[in-house]
Design a protein around this ligand. Structure first.
Ligand code: AMP
Length: 113
């Protein structure tokens, strides 16, 4: 999508600290980290949010979560980590391209704010 920040990052048009790249999935460090490890895992395909997922995206979702698990292991998050996806303005979604926040390296609190 022409005007999407994360599409541009996935295409290499905007610089980011990439930590993983495949044909379908890209992961990069969040520019404003909220935890010692804070990585965004996204599909290359433009999907607005998890609210726009359909059953046809099952394989892609599997790859996204396998990527998250692999990165968590690489980052040494064996004691636990959090995966968050915000959907819509009330939840705090600020970029309208599906992304999973992989956060870890500190004790998380619950419920989230
Ligand atoms: P959300 O608020 O759930 O939509 O998450 C968007 C995330 O993207 C925020 O945590 C931002 O800090 C992060 N972000 C925004 N611009 C960039 C960028 N250019 N590179 C890396 N992360 C970014």
């Amino acid at each position: 999508m022409a005007d999407c920040l994360f599409c541009k990052i996935a295409a290499g048009e905007i610089e980011s600290e990439l930590v993983h790249e495949s044909g379908g999935v890209v992961a990069f460090r969040d520019i404003n980290p909220a935890a010692p490890t804070h990585i965004l895992v996204i599909p290359r395909e433009h999907i607005e949010s998890a609210d726009h997922l359909t059953e046809t995206k099952g394989v892609l979702l599997g790859e996204l979560f396998a990527t998250i698990a692999g990165l968590a292991e690489k980052e040494g998050l064996g004691d636990g980590y959090r995966v968050v996806t915000n959907i819509g303005r009330d939840a705090g979604q600020s970029v309208d391209h599906l992304h999973f926040h992989l956060m870890g390296g500190r004790q998380m609190s619950w419920p989230p704010g």
